[in-house]
Design a binder for this molecule. Sequence first.
Ligand code: SAM
Ligand code: SF4
Ligand code: SF4
Length: 369
Amino acid sequence: MSEKTIRLIDQRYQALAMPAPDQRLLGSMVKDRLGRSLHDLRVSVTDRCNFRCAYCMPKSVFNRDYDFLPHAALLSFEEIERLARVFLVLGTEKIRITGGEPLLRKHLERLIAMLSRLNTLQGKMPDLTLTTNGALLRKKAKVLRDAGLSRLTVSLDAIDDSIFRRMNDVDFPVADVLDGLQAAKEAGFESIKVNMVVQRGVNDQQILPMLEHFRHSGHILRFIEFMDVGSSNGWSMTSVLPSADIIRMIERQYRIHPLEENYRGEVARRWALDDGSLEIGLIASVSEPFCQDCTRARLSTDGRLYNCLFASEGWDLRGLLRSGASDHDLAASIAALWHQRSDRYSAMRTEATVSLRRRNKIEMSYIGG
Ligand code: SAM
Ligand code: SF4
Ligand code: SF4
């Protein structure tokens, strides 16, 4: 870590009215064992959802008997803000709000406003973004934008109404998600990302119709490989359609070319239609894992810190917060946890590791997608 960064961190700590931590310790803290920084924080604000996508919250598991977290277990907005401030001191620049369905959390715009007032080490507002299924966007897009949300990702797995209704498994119409996207555009969101999780034999026939639909929309369409998150989505390698196959499928119909990375280690491979009508992203989490560049920490709904989407264990930051830990204590704990991180589950994934770990992986709706 450079002298300049250390000085900046010290200044930040002074601003927070607490002693600057030991420079040597801090210098080694904010990189993990594979040299990855703590650039991104994902915060799950609820473990509940109004959809029941079979690959994430199948009805057979997430039914009336399922024990969702009680309200008192959730981190409050003040607690999330405080933790976010500590992460920013440790070098985080991007915060993604997710869930479950984040727009189900009451008064979410209040949290967005609180986070948008924070600063990164560079003195800038953090890149503040949110992933949603879009069902409540017509109602919420403007208040979220006004509160300071910078960017938006909307999940949509099919453009065909009957396929989409089947996939969300609550009979939710595609027209309402498209209306939500329109509301987001009207509210001033630009380059909205539309995420489609592709499952072979379930919605792969929707790849080209989705692409055709979103041409000239100004949105970025991203195809995500189906992952073996959690323990309940019935994943198998045969249900994954590799990104390379998706590109070949698109090339048979359209003229496309690859785009440069926006920044080093960008997760999505970017492509564009030659006529400029659409940017496409491919997220090959299974066929071409990107663990070596994974700079994401995840904060679960009840305040546990997970260093990997496939972790089976998280660290109880809520307990620390509620037992009176100072910001300095929190920073030291988080940095120490990051320092010992060596996760690279996807890079080591085989059919054997998948079945070995199936029993105790954390569900995505709780840890945040
Ligand atoms: N409910 C919101 C939504 O659907 O956008 C936010 C939470 S959701 C868990 C975040 C993202 O994870 C979504 O884009 C969803 O499609 C993706 N996701 C969930 N389960 C997945 C899986 N098994 N493989 C790949 N992506 C998955
Ligand atoms: Fe809900 Fe999002 Fe999971 Fe679908 S992917 S069940 S919308 S949390
Ligand atoms: Fe990051 Fe874990 Fe996914 Fe690898 S498997 S990219 S370490 S979250």
